[in-house]
Design a protein around this ligand. Structure first.
Ligand code: GAP
Length: 599
């Protein structure tokens, strides 16, 4: 699919999302607000199902993960400790002509001829502007285009009839310094902090500034000790959370993909440092090859835990209808890694709007990042809050004295070097850092350490968009008269489909059919999300549900009433959305049968 077709597909999907009530523009009647979206009836169900599936998979079905639901606004020191106040920024550039703002890394390299001006004058008014300006135009294009843009620039600076000064031109290659939309010079890149500010309390002052959280993860670190205490968990264990996050994105785009308000589903899975694993188990198991490493084992080091969570997450995506072929596992290169990360795998989905590789294949855009973050986050909160984030590990305490002295020394030294490196990177004075790291290594020998963490962090809205893209299909289906027509069908996996089953009486003017259909609806309702529809021809009702992605259609007809023989009494037709095949099913079997298929 080439770019315009991808653009058309996204437009089709955005219009379907609006028409069927998946996604609306926020504040639409006031012209909308860029980067904010509302989910309509079907979208709200879809999102809820995504979150329920994630929650079930990540905590309910596991012994070793518990949940948290923390507040959106937290103490501002949290964001100093996490580094967001100082480093959570994108480089932005502004167009000097239109003031439109771009993320610097989203400007494509361009080549052409650049026209430079040293300023402009307006002799009649005795005015002069000495601001330099430049315009990039395609080589061979008439310089009049550049001059027109430059005159516009100087008019904005108060000259009514600007006469351009000092024009010169030169060919330029692969520059990112010009607005790709109009050729105008861009400002130099400068950092723009993405956190949305607010003030807390009745007085608006600098002392009361706080932030809407840019990620849910930090609350998990901040509450780590409380959760550990009450949950009776032991490392390795995890804390997960689903909730809103806010980022003042410079350039929200691609429908809901990059929004300013979105939801995250994050897990912080706390593990022993490798030195503790080695002391307890005598060895640290590392990945033997690609694929799922199986059930967690006590001798796993951070690499195996990381691989485990990457594979678990891929399995999760498959379980809700994103096949492996639609996903890409991208290992960040060393130069792309955050300074604290040992490894990060991005799970990419091949969104239609994404970039293509040299082979024409979609490269994919990020759905989730799975990062091995070491002990950075808990260490930061320990330093900033002056509260210990260390845990006591009974097994480590028992194992340490049994180690050979040489092994003890080697492990302590490795641990010391790790802690020292972190403290120095964070700007601690060398003497103080060494003292602290030495204490940390001595504490390890007594069974104490700050856990390391593996963080799978996913976006609900991006996943909803990926599922919508993946579900969208067109095929041929017979109309009322058996003639083939194009049908739009959303092939959602039953687990995440907004409506699981639609119930239709064959005819709405036959009270016995309507009554029976309502009985079936009421029978199913406590177990599944059900939609009841009696309006219009049955074919049209099927089409409406196909477009909503409802996997099962249940029709109550005269056979159900037993009018054509007792053997079909109390049976219904069950239509499969994808194959359009219809089976005769006993009403009494519907609940167990459908419940099993949507689980
Ligand atoms: N705690 C780590 C963290 O927040 P991230 O890669 O910045 O990592 C994690 O965000 C996930 O949150 C992303 O993979 C994406 O799914 C989602 N996300 C991030 N920014 C987003 C945005 N502006 N709009 C929608 N989803 C976003």
């Amino acid at each position: 699919m080439d770019e315009p077709k991808a653009g058309e597909l996204m437009e089709t999907l955005a219009s379907l999302c609006k028409r069927r009530g998946f996604v609306f523009q926020s504040s639409e009647i006031y012209g909308g607000l860029n980067g904010f979206w509302d989910y309509g009836p079907l979208g709200a169900e879809l999102k809820r199902n995504i979150k329920d599936c994630w929650w079930r998979w990540m905590t309910r079905l596991r012994e070793d993960v518990v949940g948290l639901d923390a507040s959106i606004i937290m103490h501002p020191r949290v964001w100093e400790a996490s580094g967001h106040t100082t480093t959570f920024s994108d480089l932005m550039v502004d167009c000097l002509l239109t003031q439109k703002r771009f993320r610097a890394d989203q400007i494509e390299a361009q080549s052409g001829t650049a026209y430079f001006y040293t300023g402009a004058t307006e002799a009649a008014a005795g005015k002069e502007c000495k601001d330099p300006f430049s315009v990039l135009i395609a080589t061979g294009k008439h310089p009049g285009y550049a001059r027109e843009a430059a005159r516009h620039f100087y008019k904005q600076r108060g000259l009514r009839e600007p006469v351009l000064q000092g024009e010169r031109s030169e060919p330029v290659q692969n520059t990112r310094g010009y607005n790709p939309e109009n050729g105008s010079l861009l400002t130099e890149p400068r950092a723009f902090n993405l956190m949305l500010k607010t003030t807390v309390g009745p007085v608006e002052s600098a002392d009361n500034v706080s932030y809407l959280r840019p990620e849910t993860a930090q609350a998990i670190f901040v509450q780590f000790k409380n959760v550990l205490e009450v949950s009776r968990q032991k490392v390795p264990f995890g804390i997960c959370q689903i909730g809103k996050a806010f980022r003042n994105e410079i350039n929200p785009r691609n429908f809901t993909f990059r929004s300013r308000e979105f939801e995250q589903m994050e897990l912080e899975f706390f593990i022993r440092p490798d030195e503790a694993v080695e002391a307890i188990c005598g060895r640290v198991a590392r990945p033997a090859g690609p694929g799922h490493p199986g059930e967690p084992q006590p001798d796993w080091g951070w690499q195996l835990w990381h691989q485990y969570w990457v594979e678990e997450r891929l399995r999760f995506y498959e379980s809700i209808g994103l096949p492996r072929a639609s996903l890409v596992e991208y290992w960040q290169k060393p130069e792309e890694l955050a300074h604290y990360a040992r490894a990060t795998v991005d799970v990419l989905y091949r969104f239609p709007f994404g970039k293509r590789g040299p082979d024409g294949q979609l490269i994919g855009e990020e759905l989730e990042g799975i990062a091995a973050r070491g002990d950075f986050d808990l260490s930061q909160h320990q330093r900033f809050a002056a509260r210990s984030m260390a845990v006591f590990d009974e097994e480590l305490k028992a194992a340490w004295p049994k180690l050979e002295p040489a092994r003890q020394a080697a492990l302590a030294e490795r641990f010391f070097q790790g802690r020292l490196g972190y403290l120095l990177r964070m700007g601690e004075a060398p003497g103080a850092a060494e003292k602290q790291a030495r204490q940390d290594a001595e504490a390890l020998a007594k069974g104490y350490y700050i856990p390391h963490v593996i963080e799978p962090s996913a976006g609900v809205d991006r996943l909803a968009l990926a599922l919508i893209c993946e579900a969208y299909a067109q095929d041929q289906a017979p109309d009322e008269k058996g003639k083939l027509e194009t049908r739009v069908v959303m092939r959602f996996h039953p687990r995440i489909a907004p409506i699981k089953a639609a119930v239709f009486p064959l005819l709405k003017n036959k009270p016995a059919l309507v009554q029976k259909a309502r009985e079936v609806r009421d029978l199913l309702r406590p177990h599944l999300s059900v939609f009841y529809d009696e309006a219009g021809a049955i074919g049209r009702r099927y089409r409406r549900q196909d477009e909503a992605g409802t996997p099962f259609g249940i029709t109550i007809d005269f056979d159900t009433l037993g009018e054509r023989g007792l053997e079909l009494k109390d049976t219904v037709t069950l239509r499969d959305r994808d194959t359009m095949k219809q089976d005769r099913v006993r009403i009494a079997d519907l609940v167990p049968m459908l419940s099993a298929r949507v689980r």
